[in-house]
Ligand binder design. Sequence first.
Ligand code: AMP
Ligand code: ZN
Length: 479
Amino acid sequence: MALRLYNTLTRRKEEFKPVEPGVVRMYSCGLTVYNYAHIGNLRTYIFSDILRRTLEYEGFDVKHVMNVTDVGHLTSDADAGEDKMEKGAREAGKSIWEIARYYEEVFWKDLELLNIKMPKIICRATEHVPDMIDLIKRLIERGHAYETDQAVYFDVTTFPKYTEFTGQSLEEKVVAARNEVQEDPAKRHPADFALWFKAVGRFENHIMRWESPWGIGFPGWHIECSAMAMKYLGETLDIHTGGEDHIWVHHPNEIAQSEAATGKQFVRFWMHGTFLLVGDLSGNSEERRMGKSEGNFIRLQTLIDKGYDPLAYRYACLMAHYRQKLRFTWESMDAAASGYGSLKDFAARAKQIGGEEGPWVADYRDRFRAAIEDDLNMPQAMATVSEMIREAEVRKDYGVLDALYDFDRVLGLKLREAAEAATSIDAHIEALIKEREEARKLKNWARADEIRAQLAKQGITLEDTPSGTLWRRQDTSLR
Ligand code: AMP
Ligand code: ZN
């Protein structure tokens, strides 16, 4: 079997092979840190984590780079409004530098709670402005960029491939952008996009600013990813990831900037995660993407505050293919929490009962691998895990722990930790029960009652039977 991945560039699944055997150069567009990440953003990072873990499972060394967009950027070149980061800072009464660092820290914490592996290289846009300036200079030298009184623009007409990625013509792009407000009259083509904004006119008071050959100003959003990706991974990357919204503007712009500067292919595999939706689930127009500006903002912390394990959200994401829409509802969250709970319970049982792995498990190992190799088909992989568990229960053969732990290298559901914690808790309970039995033999009723009360507080009920004391966990809700 071979790993096959869906490539947005070619619009089909292709066999994946990196340029350098054994090594994958992978870049993920990071968070814009003017606010918390919402669970939609996090879905995209769970997707890139599954991708990275799958590549590692296949034996590749993954050089994974992620940027942090800590320079404020505008929703479009012609955005008349205030910079989002500056607005966020004003609302919170902090400096934009503080704001950016604060949200960045919370984001890393979110990734940790979701058991998302940290990128090997993390690069902040604010620390790479000289690299961006160099790239812009190269583009000007090669005739792909020009300066006006307000900005430096990429000249899209000099890069005929510009419309290839989306299949959208330049005219369609311009129509899509028409509701924008102010335009620079010196812009040569309405589809040209900014590489550098000068701190003049509406940006005169822009707080984040740097010196450049074009005067004081700040970089456009797209240039940061091209500059940092090429700095850390070279001029051709194996894989570049992001959410589906990036297919239309950000990624075509990255391709244009990078390929116009180097004359080489920038990215071999473009991969995009489909959005998380919220809202009315009847399929009518109320169904919306979750967005920072949409007012339907759910954070990971919102889930934790409601009593969910963050990994139950990871589990929910695993139940849908990354190229499928995922509709978020509290019912689906409950179902995920319950499914995840049963999976952890099974892992604990398998650890307690133990046993050698029987030959029947090999087929499940093959099926799991085939599922992940088929463009990260996690629903299929999860179904394989469920079937394996069902068969283990039917056979009363629990020698599947190694297989489960092996699958969890990709699933990232911390099954080993869960099984070990459950069994060590069980050992602790059993020790207390033994102590209580001793106390009862010695007619130390006070100590015996104390232990019963202590366990009751932990939700453990005891039953004294002629064959000894049995215990069970009260069915604490599914969370
Ligand atoms: P941003 O901070 O806006 O740059 O977004 C960070 C990442 O989250 C990008 O890869 C976006 O494509 C992605 N993203 C934004 N909204 C959603 C959503 N509702 N569902 C999934 N991914 C999203
Ligand atoms: Zn990017």
